[in-house]
Design a protein around this ligand. Structure first.
Ligand code: PFF
Length: 467
């Protein structure tokens, strides 16, 4: 498909997919979800979900994409199951929702790069004011969306990925440097204990479904991003090894981001880890003060570089998010790529406005909704995340594996996987994939989806009702 644009076939698929996976989800969202979820117990659930449940979903998505060379909705049609294209459409809808708020947070990161470059370390304590200054953060968001649209429209993703190949290792080195530094600070061990020593009594239904939503979000799964990217994979490539590398890179970076954050949080809180809240503001409120302790020169250099690199990591993810609806419009509705890109980007930016103003500026969007039985209200950005990340991504994953196992049929899926993996047939890996997509994933993901909806939106605790 010559006109898929954006990415060339020569592009290293793993680099692109890892670029999509590694982003704000790892460095911004993972630490605050761990904080909200009570620490190490959440981490254990998250790791389990990534390797046991998400891995087979990832393989299925890539295989469907490679087989069909299509966007998520078109892929189901191309396999001969038009009725199933609704799964792809749900995914595209999810991608649009995710990009709408993701772009706002990416704008914050970019804004922090600017602020810290100017030596404004107090920006951490002014985080709320910062997000309420909607004109400034709005401008950052415009810049970010425009950069994303430009990259997707010009198809310069090859260049961006080359840059990312160099920038991501730099980000990892800085984070590891910060891990080492954070371990030298007072109270760091309290932070490490919170992060790594699980207290299993903290596992509640909420921790479970939050960990699942985070696993899907972080791995860019359940919405067909990897169906779209899978269409760029050569059939000589081994899908299983690629999926393993993407998962390891993504989980690895989230894990070290946590190793960096929790000693720092403990340091800032004087060792008190009983109430690690902060939510979406966690990294933004904690890190500037820590950079300040590095001194005026080193603090500015490391701090601004850190936020610049996070912005880059976010950019490779926003590019993949925008690519999904664009590929759909180009393939299915025959709209010219360039036009599709700018119209969709503008549309998503507008859908993101409530997320932009819902962090204090607009009372309406800040207290947007109060779920049945909930004590407090939820702002628009969190509401979108509850719907898209926590509910629809796992549902999408469930439907995709179900489709692979029972509709397209696992023999066909396995044949596609085996193309780049000669010893696959009859191997242990094949047995596991078959078991996972036929039973484990559909059942667990289906049950957890119901649990999420009942608990998140209706405050119903199924465990309590059953036992
Ligand atoms: N995986 C990205 C992150 O962790 O930041 C977010 C994301 C990108 C989610 C692309 C979904 C997606 F399709």
């Amino acid at each position: 498909m010559a006109n898929r644009g954006g990415f060339s076939n020569r592009l290293g698929f793993i680099a692109a997919a890892a670029g999509s996976a590694v982003g704000l989800g790892n460095i911004w969202r993972f630490p605050f979800e761990v904080g909200d979820g009570g620490g190490a117990a959440f981490v254990v659930m998250y790791l389990l979900f990534c390797f046991v449940l998400c891995f087979p979903v990832m393989i299925t998505e890539i295989a469907i994409g490679r087989k069909t060379d299509k966007n998520p909705a078109g892929a189901f049609k191309a396999l001969g199951y038009k009725n199933w294209s609704f799964v792809g459409k749900i995914g595209i809808f999810c991608g649009v929702l995710i990009l709408s708020f993701y772009n706002v947070v990416a704008g914050w990161s970019f804004g922090y790069f600017v602020e810290i470059s100017m030596g404004h370390f107090d920006i951490g304590s002014r985080f709320t004011e910062f997000t309420e200054d909607v004109l400034t953060v709005g401008l950052y968001a415009v810049v970010f969306m425009a950069a994303t649209a430009f990259i997707v429209s010009k198809g310069v993703a090859g260049g961006i990925e080359k840059a990312a190949k160099f920038l991501m290792p730099t980000l990892v080195i800085i984070i590891i440097g910060l891990v080492i530094y954070s371990l030298t600070l007072e109270h760091s061990m309290e932070g490490i204990k919170f992060y790594l020593v699980p207290d299993f009594s903290k596992i509640t239904p909420k921790v479970i479904y939050k960990a699942l939503g985070q696993a899907f979000f972080s791995l860019s799964l359940g919405m067909g991003a990897l169906i779209t990217y899978g269409s760029y994979v050569d059939s000589k490539e081994n899908i299983v090894t690629s999926a393993a590398l993407i998962t390891l890179a993504d989980v690895g970076i989230a894990f070290i981001a946590g190793l960096m954050m929790f000693p720092l949080v403990a340091f800032m809180n004087g060792g008190d880890m009983t109430n690690v809240s902060g939510g979406p503001g966690l990294i933004f409120m904690t890190l500037p003060g820590v950079f300040q302790t590095l001194g005026p020169v080193l603090g500015v250099v490391i701090g601004s570089l850190f936020f610049l690199l996070i912005s880059f990591a976010a950019l490779t993810s926003t590019v993949s998010l925008l690519e999904v609806p664009v590929a759909y419009m180009v393939d299915e509705h025959k709209i010219k790529r360039n036009r599709a890109v700018w119209i969709i980007a503008a549309f998503i930016f507008i859908i993101g406005l409530p997320s932009l103003v819902g962090n204090g500026y607009s009372a309406f969007f800040t207290n947007f909704i109060t779920y049945f039985g909930a004590e407090s209200s939820t702002n628009f950005m969190d509401f979108v995340q509850h719907i898209a990340n926590d509910s629809f991504l796992p549902l999408g994953g469930c439907l995709i594996v179900f489709f692979g196992a029972y509709v397209w049929k696992k023999e066909n899926l396995n044949e596609e996987i085996a193309k780049g993996y000669p010893g696959y047939k009859g191997s242990f890996v094949e047995m596991y994939i078959n078991f996972a997509i036929s039973y484990l994933c559909p059942v667990v993901l289906g049950v957890l989806f119901l649990l999420t909806v009942l608990n998140q939106f209706f405050s119903l605790d199924v465990m309590d009702m059953l036992f």
